[in-house]
Design a binder for this molecule. Structure first.
Ligand SMILES: C[S@@+](CC[C@H](N)C(=O)[O-])C[C@H]1O[C@@H](n2cnc3c(N)ncnc32)[C@H](O)[C@@H]1O
Ligand code: SF4
Length: 478
C-alpha cells in the first residue's frame, strides 16, 4: 500500500504538470507489450470454452484503416496514431481485401458469439467509397450473423470526406452512428492542425446524418494551441445550438514527434488553464441538459437514433473481448475467471507490408502483445472504470474477491480529502476536478507495477544480450 505521504506529495507535485494519457490503451501502455508470439490458438480455445460454459459476455469489434488525407504539416499536427498517406482507392480497397481475409481467420472462434457493437475507426474510415460500407457490414454479419437491435455500429470519419451518397450507404448498410473528428469548429484554430475542414463541412454532415436517422457524435479537443476558455465555449455553444446530442471532449494529449509537440508547444495552454477549460466545458454541458458518461464523453438524453455506446470504459469487472481487425488494431481478451496469464492485450502490425505479408502467409497479423497477470488485468479494468468516473465496489468484489477501497485506501482517502472523489459503501466516484485528473490518478496507482515492468524489460534485454555473446552465430532475436 502506498504511504499517505507519498500519495500526497505525488499529487502535490503533479497537479500543474501535463498529464500523460497512458490509459487510452488500457494497462499497461503498449510500450510494454513485448511478447512477439501471441498464442492465438490458445486464445481461440479459451474464447470457445468460455462460450460453451455459458459465458454470456459479448464481443466488441474494432476495424481499423491506415490511411488519411495528406495535410500540411504532414499528418494532423496533434495526431499520435500510426497512419499512412492516402494514395487512392485502389490501395485502400486492396487493403480492405486483407481485412476481410483476416476476419475469416477468426470465423471459427467467433461462432455463437454475440456482437456488443462495432467501431470502424482509423485512420480515416470515411475514405471508403459507398459500396465498401456494404462490404464492411457483410463482413460483420459473416462473423456475427445476429446483430442485436441495441448494438451501436459506428463509423468514424472527418467532416470534409462525408457526402450524402456515402452517408446513405453507411445507413443502408446497417450502421447506425457516425463519429466525426472535428477537434475545433473555430476555423483559425483548426487550421493549425493542417486540416482543410470548414464549419460548413461539419454542419452539412450533421444535417445529412439527421435526415438519414443516424446518430452523430462530435469529437472536440481542448488544450489546443492558442485556445482560451472563451474560444472553447464558443465551439460548445455552437454544437449545442446545432442540437448535437453526443460530444466527446478530450484534453489534448501531447507527445511523440507531432507538429504540436515540436513546433507549437509554447502556444499550448498550461495544465491549469486546461483544468479551467475542463471545468467550464463540463459546467456548460451539464447546464444544457447533458450527462457526463465518462471523463470525456457528454450525452444529452432523448436522441431517438442513439444506441448503447461506451467508448473505452466499463462499469463492470467481467469478461472483456474486443476483437481488433486491420492495421494497428488492438484486441483485448480476458476475464478474471481464466487461469493467470491467459488474458491478453495485443496489437496488429503497424507496418502495412508486414500486416499484408502475415495475411498472405495465412498467419494472424499480430505484431506483439502483453500477457496479463491477474494483477495487471485488475489494473486495466480499474482504469477503464475510472474513465467512467465511477468504480463499483460491489462488482469489483464479485470479480476479484477483494475490496477496491481497501486495496488502494491511501489513494482514495487523499482524493476524497481534496474533493476529487466521494466514497460510499457501494462505489468510489470521481467528482469535482477528479475526472480531469483520471490519467494522473491511474499513473499513481500503476507506479509500482510500472517500475517492476521496467525492471523486467531491462532484465530480459540483458539476458538476450548475454545469450547473443555466449552463443556466437545465434542472433538475439532468434
Ligand atoms: C484516432 S482519431 C481518428 C479520427 C479521424 N481520423 C479524425 O481525424 O477525426 C479519433 C479521435 O481521437 C482524438 N485524438 C487524436 N489525437 C489526439 C490527441 N493527441 N489528443 C487528444 N485527442 C486526440 C481526436 O478527437 C480524434 O477525433
Ligand atoms: S487525426 Fe485523424 S485524419 Fe488526422 S492523421 Fe490522425 S487519424 Fe488521420
Amino acid at each position: 500500500m502506498l504511504s499517505p505521504d507519498h500519495v500526497n506529495s505525488y499529487l502535490d507535485s503533479r497537479l500543474a504538470e501535463r498529464q500523460v494519457n497512458k490509459i487510452q490503451h488500457g494497462f499497461p501502455s503498449p510500450r510494454f507489450w513485448d511478447e512477439p508470439s501471441v498464442p492465438l490458438d490458445e486464445i481461440g480455445e479459451d474464447r470457445m470454452r468460455l462460450r460453451a460454459a455459458g459465458d454470456q459476455s459479448h464481443v466488441f469489434l474494432y476495424v481499423g484503416v491506415p490511411y488519411c488525407l495528406p495535410t500540411d504539416p504532414g499528418k494532423c499536427g496533434y495526431c499520435l496514431f500510426p497512419v499512412e498517406e492516402f494514395t487512392g482507392n485502389a490501395a485502400l480497397e486492396n487493403y480492405y481485401g486483407y481485412v476481410e481475409r483476416e476476419a475469416e481467420m477468426y470465423r471459427e472462434q467467433m461462432e455463437g458469439a454475440v456482437l456488443a457493437g462495432a467501431y470502424f475507426g482509423g485512420g480515416t474510415s470515411n475514405l471508403y467509397r459507398p459500396p465498401v460500407y456494404h462490404r464492411l457490414m457483410d463482413m460483420v454479419r459473416r462473423l456475427f450473423p445476429e446483430i442485436p437491435d441495441q448494438a451501436d455500429l459506428t463509423l468514424e470519419g472527418i467532416p470534409q470526406l462525408f457526402s450524402r451518397e456515402k452517408m446513405q450507404a453507411i445507413r443502408d448498410a446497417g450502421m447506425n452512428r457516425i463519429s466525426m473528428g472535428v477537434q475545433q469548429i473555430n476555423e483559425r484554430l483548426n487550421s493549425f492542425s493542417g486540416r482543410k475542414q470548414t464549419t460548413k463541412h461539419v454542419i452539412q454532415s450533421l444535417e445529412w446524418a439527421r435526415e438519414l436517422g443516424l446518430a452523430a457524435n462530435v469529437d472536440l479537443i481542448f488544450g489546443w494551441p492558442q485556445q482560451t476558455v472563451d474560444t472553447m465555449l464558443e465551439d460548445l455553444e455552437t454544437l449545442v445550438s446545432w442540437d448535437v446530442h453526443d460530444i466527446t471532449h478530450y484534453e489534448l494529449n501531447v507527445g511523440g514527434p507531432t507538429d504540436f509537440a515540436l513546433n507549437r508547444y509554447h502556444e499550448l495552454p498550461s495544465t491549469l488553464a486546461n483544468l479551467e477549460m475542463y471545468r467550464a466545458g463540463r459546467d456548460f454541458l451539464l447546464d444544457h441538459g447533458y450527462e457526463q458518461l465518462s471523463t470525456y464523453n457528454f450525452r444529452r438524453p432523448g436522441d431517438p437514433a442513439a444506441k448503447d455506446f461506451r467508448e473505452g470504459y466499463t462499469t463492470r469487472f467481467e469478461h472483456v473481448d474486443t476483437l481488433g481487425l486491420g492495421y494497428a488494431a488492438i484486441t483485448f481478451f480476458g476475464t478474471p475467471a481464466l487461469a493467470p496469464g491467459r488474458s491478453w492485450s495485443f496489437i496488429n502490425h503497424r507496418s502495412l507490408p508486414q500486416y499484408k505479408a502475415a495475411v498472405d502467409g495465412g498467419r494472424f497479423p499480430v505484431e506483439r502483445g502483453f500477457r496479463h497477470t491477474l494483477e495487471d488485468w485488475l489494473l486495466m479494468l480499474l482504469f477503464r472504470s475510472l474513465i467512467s468516473t465511477e468504480i463499483n465496489r460491489v462488482h469489483y468484489r464479485v470479480a476479484f474477491g477483494l475490496d477496491v477501497y481497501e486495496k488502494f485506501a491511501t489513494v482514495w482517502d487523499a482524493l476524497a480529502e481534496r474533493g476529487y472523489a466521494e466514497i460510499t459503501a457501494e462505489r468510489i466516484k470521481l467528482v469535482g476536478d477528479g475526472p480531469f485528473y483520471a490519467p494522473m490518478i491511474s499513473t499513481l496507482i500503476a507506479e509500482e507495477r510500472y517500475r517492476e515492468l521496467r525492471e523486467e524489460a531491462a532484465q530480459r534485454k540483458k539476458e538476450s544480450r548475454r545469450l547473443a555473446t555466449v552463443t556466437p552465430g545465434v542472433r538475439s532475436d532468434g
